[in-house]
Design a protein around this ligand. Structure first.
Ligand code: SF4
Length: 314
């Protein structure tokens, strides 16, 4: 990798000294692997990190930290950024890594992908609970502040993933509002080949979890109406979505969330000229193909970022 950086430096015309991403499908799984090849070859677990990090998984980030340090010390290299997805559940195992990342390798914003906050969808994605995100954020904020840097996490979420109920999306919308996030674009799940979530989408069952003698039943948000609603929850701040959200909140027995206050999700009024946008064109415009592992670009009040995140399999 160091040689590759030198090659880029020496051969790319107009190279500015900035490496835009020193990562891969996942930013921080360099040299992380099962402690024993023998154990690994006999292992039948579908994930090394879910429902918790396997005690046999080596989570030592020291080789990666060393690589970062060597990369940024190369002559002619001004900055090495990390733009790949960070497995924050693994990163919090190494506060020193988070420190290195926050203080030297983030250009103001770091995209990460909690994808959901409720146990229902998270368990289908085999992803950690939102408490893990909170712990990562705490470390990220602390080390950014220590370095005198104003930096922000940009969390990504997805609508209509198998295992997601309307209540899960409402909980997420309230979380987004509480934390001051507004999605620029949103993505809804679309089944694609070779994804476990696709099997769930088609069968309504979770092939990874058995309950008594058959696979766990999975609720699947299917059809335009429910997909549109789940996306609307992600963009609760868009007035065009308010009629749909008001209708859903009343149906869900949560009319208490309609009102003018900060504690409400949507106001009771409708600004002139909104709420009548052709739903079909909106749906076509911002849903992209998705294989069960990805994301919705969000922004804080400060900025928005293009979608470019990918996540590797642990
Ligand atoms: S889950 Fe992963 S780390 Fe744990 S024993 Fe299996 S292969 Fe090894």
């Amino acid at each position: 990798m160091l040689k590759e950086i030198e090659t880029v430096r020496d051969t790319v015309p107009g190279f500015t000294g900035v490496i835009s991403d020193l990562g891969g499908p996942t930013a921080n799984m360099y040299r992380l692997a099962c402690k024993s090849r023998e154990i690994e070859s006999a292992c039948r677990k579908p994930s090394c990190v879910f429902p918790g990090i396997c005690p046999n998984l080596n989570t030592d980030h020291a080789p990666l930290i060393e690589l970062y340090r060597k990369a940024r010390a190369l002559p002619g290299i001004k900055k090495v950024l990390i733009a790949s997805g960070v497995r924050y559940d693994l990163a919090i195992e190494s506060p020193e890594y988070v420190k290195e990342l926050a203080q030297h390798h983030v250009g103001g914003y770091l995209k990460i992908a909690p994808e959901a906050i409720s146990e229902g969808p998270l368990s289908k994605m085999m992803k950690p609970g939102i408490g893990t995100y909170d712990r990562f954020k705490e470390l990220f904020d602390r080390y950014s502040k220590e370095a005198g840097k104003q930096q922000y996490l940009i969390p990504y979420f997805i609508a209509a993933h198998p295992g997601t109920t309307d209540e899960d999306m409402l909980e997420l919308a309230l979380w987004l509002k509480k934390n001051g996030f507004r999605a620029d674009q949103v993505q809804a799940f679309l089944p694609s080949p070779m994804a476990t979530a696709t099997a769930m989408y088609h069968s309504g069952k979770n092939p990874l979890r058995r309950v008594t003698r058959s696979s766990e039943e999975v609720v699947v948000p299917r059809g335009l109406k429910v997909r549109r609603l789940h996306k609307a929850f992600l963009r609760y701040h868009d007035a065009n979505n308010w009629p749909l959200l008001r209708e859903a909140l009343r149906r869900m027995g949560r009319a208490d969330l309609i009102g003018p206050g900060k504690q409400h999700l949507v106001p009771p009024w409708q600004p002139a000229g909104t709420g009548m946008l052709a739903e079909g064109s909106r749906a076509r415009g911002d849903v992209r193909k998705h294989g069960g592992a990805s994301a919705a670009p969000f922004r804080t009040q400060h900025t928005g970022l293009p979608d470019g995140h990918r996540k590797g399999r642990p």
